[in-house]
Design a protein around this ligand. Structure first.
Ligand SMILES: [Zn+2]
Ligand SMILES: [Zn+2]
Length: 375
C-alpha cells in the first residue's frame, strides 16, 4: 500500500492573520495513510522514540493492537471504561514512557489523550474506525462513576491532540458499517454547529474564529458529494481527511464549540434513549436534520447555499443509510419531541438556536413533521 501524507498545518494561519483572539495552537504534525506496520517503522523520523506504551480495548487489540504491541515491544494498557478513575490508574503506570500510542475508537483515544497530556509524552493515534471527529481533538470526553455504578458524563477535559495520526485504509474500511455511517453523520453536523456558533457571536458577542469555520466547511466539502458509494476506499479516505479537518477546527480554538451545537445535544438525548444503539454521529446527524428545520424556519442567517440546506442534508442521510440506521432504532415520535424541548437544558452555557427559541411542544411537533422524521 502506498503511503500518503496529509497535513493541516498549512491551512492554519497565525492568530494575527486570522484576527480572532484564539491561540491557534495545534500540535498535530502529520496524518499518514498506509499500512500501519510499515508506518510504525517511520516513527523515529517523526521524533517518536521508545519506550512506547500502547492503549487498546478488547476489540481493538484483536483488530491490530496486538501487532502494534509486538512490533514496538510496548508496555500494554487495556482500556475498559472512559473514566477519570481509570485514566488516573493508567497514568501511574506511564512513568518512563516517551511515546503513547492509542489503537481504537472514542473511549481508548479519550483515555490515552488525557494520560499523554498529563504525562507530557508524544502521542500517536491509530483509529480503528472513521466514526467521529474527536480523533484529532485536544479535548477528552471522560466520565465519572456514580454511587449506583453508572457512568455520568462530566463534559470534556483538557487533553492533548495527537502529534501523528495513522490511518490504515484496510482497517478503517473494515470497521462496522454503523461506525462508518456515524463518521459521515458527524461531519454533516458542522452545518448546524457553525450556524449555532454564529448565533452566539451575533446575539451574545461570543468570540468566533473564521479559520475554524473554514476548516469545518472544508470537512463538509470533502464528503458532501459522496453518494451511495460511501463505503469505497476512496470515499473513506475523504471521510478520514474530513474528520481530521473538523478536529482541527476544534483544536485551534481549544473547544468543541465549532463542532458541537444544538444537534449534538439532541444526539446525546437519542443516544441515551437507545442505550447507545444509535452511534454518536448517526444520532447527531438526526439532530442536524431537526435543527436544520429550526434554523430554516427561524434564522435569517441560515445557509443560502442549496447544498447546505435541509433537503440536501436529508438526501445525504438517505444516501449514507443514516435514515436506515434510524429506522432500525425504532424511536417513537414522542422521543424526538422531548429531545427538542428538553435536551438543551443540560448545557445552559452553550448558546444555540434551541436556547434562543426554547421550543415548546407545539413547535417541536412541527419540526419533527417538517424534517420528516417518521420514515
Ligand atoms: Zn460529534
Ligand atoms: Zn482564528
Amino acid at each position: 500500500m502506498k503511503t500518503i501524507s496529509f497535513s493541516v498545518n498549512d491551512k492554519i494561519p497565525p492568530r494575527e492573520v486570522c484576527g480572532c483572539g484564539f491561540p491557534h495552537h495545534y500540535n498535530l504534525k502529520n496524518v499518514l495513510f498506509g499500512n500501519v506496520l510499515d508506518l510504525l517503522e517511520l516513527l523515529p523520523e517523526f521524533d517518536m522514540s521508545p519506550p512506547y506504551g500502547v492503549f487498546y480495548d478488547e476489540i481493538t487489540f484483536k483488530v491490530c493492537g496486538k501487532q502494534v504491541v509486538e512490533q514496538l515491544n510496548a508496555v500494554e494498557f487495556n482500556v475498559k471504561y472512559p473514566t477519570f478513575d481509570e485514566a488516573e490508574t493508567h497514568l501511574r503506570r506511564v512513568r518512563d514512557l516517551r511515546t503513547i500510542i492509542a489503537v481504537g475508537g472514542g473511549a481508548v483515544i479519550d483515555v490515552a489523550r488525557y494520560v499523554t497530556y498529563r504525562a507530557k509524552t508524544t502521542f500517536v493515534v491509530i483509529p480503528t474506525a472513521p466514526s467521529q471527529d474527536g480523533i484529532a481533538s485536544p479535548r477528552s470526553a471522560l466520565y465519572a462513576v456514580s454511587p449506583e455504578g453508572e457512568l455520568v458524563y462530566k463534559g470534556t477535559a483538557e487533553a492533548k491532540a495527537p502529534d501523528i495520526v495513522i490511518f490504515d485504509l484496510d482497517i478503517v474500511s473494515s470497521a462496522p458499517i454503523t461506525l462508518i455511517r456515524s463518521g459521515y453523520g458527524d461531519i454533516l453536523t458542522k452545518l448546524t454547529s457553525i450556524k449555532d456558533w454564529q448565533l452566539g457571536r451575533d446575539d451574545l458577542g461570543e468570540p468566533y474564529c473564521p479559520t475554524a469555520e473554514k476548516l469545518a466547511l472544508e470537512a463538509v466539502e470533502s464528503i458532501i458529494n459522496v453518494g451511495s458509494e460511501y463505503k469505497s476506499a476512496n470515499s473513506i479516505m475523504n471521510l478520514c481527511k474530513a474528520l481530521i479537518l473538523s478536529g482541527a477546527a476544534m483544536g485551534i480554538v481549544n473547544s468543541t464549540r465549532p463542532g458541537g451545537g444544538s444537534e449534538h445535544m439532541i444526539g446525546r438525548h437519542l443516544e441515551i434513549y437507545t442505550k447507545r444503539k444509535l452511534s454518536h454521529g448517526i444520532a447527531a446527524a438526526v439532530g442536524t436534520l431537526l435543527m436544520a428545520s429550526l434554523h430554516e424556519l427561524k434564522n435569517p442567517n441560515w445557509w443560502s447555499e442549496e447544498r447546505y440546506k435541509l433537503n440536501s442534508i436529508r438526501e445525504r442521510c438517505e444516501k449514507w443509510d443514516i435514515l436506515k440506521s434510524l429506522k432500525e432504532a425504532n424511536i417513537p415520535r414522542q422521543v424526538f419531541v422531548e429531545a427538542i424541548t428538553e435536551s438543551w437544558k443540560t448545557r445552559p452555557e452553550r448558546y444555540t438556536i434551541l436556547h434562543k427559541y426554547k421550543p415548546e411542544r407545539e413547535l417541536a411537533e412541527q419540526l419533527v413533521s417538517y424534517s420528516r422524521m417518521e420514515i
